[in-house]
Design a binder for this molecule. Structure first.
Ligand SMILES: Nc1ncnc2c1ncn2[C@@H]1O[C@H](COP(=O)(O)OP(=O)(O)OP(=O)(O)O)[C@@H](O)[C@H]1O
Ligand SMILES: O=C(O)c1ccc[n+]([C@@H]2O[C@H](COP(=O)([O-])O)[C@@H](O)[C@H]2O)c1
Length: 218
């Protein structure tokens, strides 16, 4: 049964770190499509620099022409905070009980997993792929580390045989790019070129996001 893979984020804005990671995961799972899921109202952080519609537009430009990357905008169509457990429950209902469903997160996000809404329900809904972020280690005594120890598997093949419940760590090259750094750079009048796709930067300027002057910096 084909795997369904989601990779959630605020994507404020999407950058080459996100895109490379999504592609690496897709390839390591046998070129399955990876669905980028922008959150509407992030449950865990302050206001975003761009609106949900603007972040979605940037994502559309970023993945244009890449068959292995798709967008799932279901969280944008839901009212209220975007809880991952709700998203996974919806997907599980749509995919049926037996389809392998996989959620991708970086170690930084996974480190706070036990503060997510209904986090204990999540392994019953999906597998988790944790992508190692250099410099971000899990506290060995923490719930996320325990989950990894109890449910960890060594290879992606182990995710195909069941619908949910396994945790796989992957270690693809991690580009040292953050959306925070990009917003700061733009706000400070510097170009984020080569950190985001050119089409994304052009659209950020056109919309005047993150304090960008609507000029052509290329
Ligand atoms: N450089 C990167 N490479 C790969 N994955 C990343 C990178 N930066 C963040 N991620 C992962 O992408 C997901 C969404 O991250 P998010 O949208 O918060 O990006 P971010 O760059 O960390 O943003 P911010 O700086 O605003 O916190 C998370 O699982 C996070 O671990
Ligand atoms: O469901 C939750 O309570 C929850 C709490 C924190 C983060 N998440 C999800 O984790 C993903 C990565 O978050 P972030 O902050 O790195 O963009 C994104 O899809 C968020 O919706 C989800």
């Amino acid at each position: 049964m084909p795997m369904h893979v989601i990779y959630g984020g605020t994507f404020d804005p999407v950058h080459h770190g996100h895109l490379r990671l999504a592609l690496e995961v897709s390839e390591r799972l046998g070129n399955v499509p990876v669905n980028l899921v922008p959150c509407h109202i992030p449950p865990h952080r302050g206001e975003t620099g761009a609106t949900a519609a603007q972040r979605l537009r940037l994502l559309e430009l970023a993945i244009a022409g890449e068959p292995c990357l798709q967008i799932d905008d279901r969280e944008l169509r839901r009212e209220g905070a975007s809880y991952t457990a709700d998203t996974l429950r919806q997907l599980r209902n749509e995919l049926g009980a037996d389809a392998p469903l996989v959620m991708v997160v970086g170690t930084d996000a996974f480190a706070g997993f036990d503060r997510w809404q209904e986090w204990q329900q999540i392994p019953g809904l999906a597998h988790i792929i944790v992508v190692r972020r250099p410099g971000t280690a899990l506290d060995r005594e923490s719930e996320p580390a325990r989950l990894l120890a109890e449910r960890g598997v060594e290879s992606a093949d182990a995710l195909c045989g069941q619908a949910s419940g396994r945790v796989l760590e992957l270690d693809p090259p991690w580009l040292d790019i953050s959306a925070t750094g990009i917003r700061e750079r733009i706000g400070g009048g510097q170009s984020p070129r080569y950190l985001v796709p050119d089409a994304v930067w052009a659209e950020i300027q056109r919309m005047g996001l993150y304090g960008a002057c609507p000029v052509n910096n290329f």
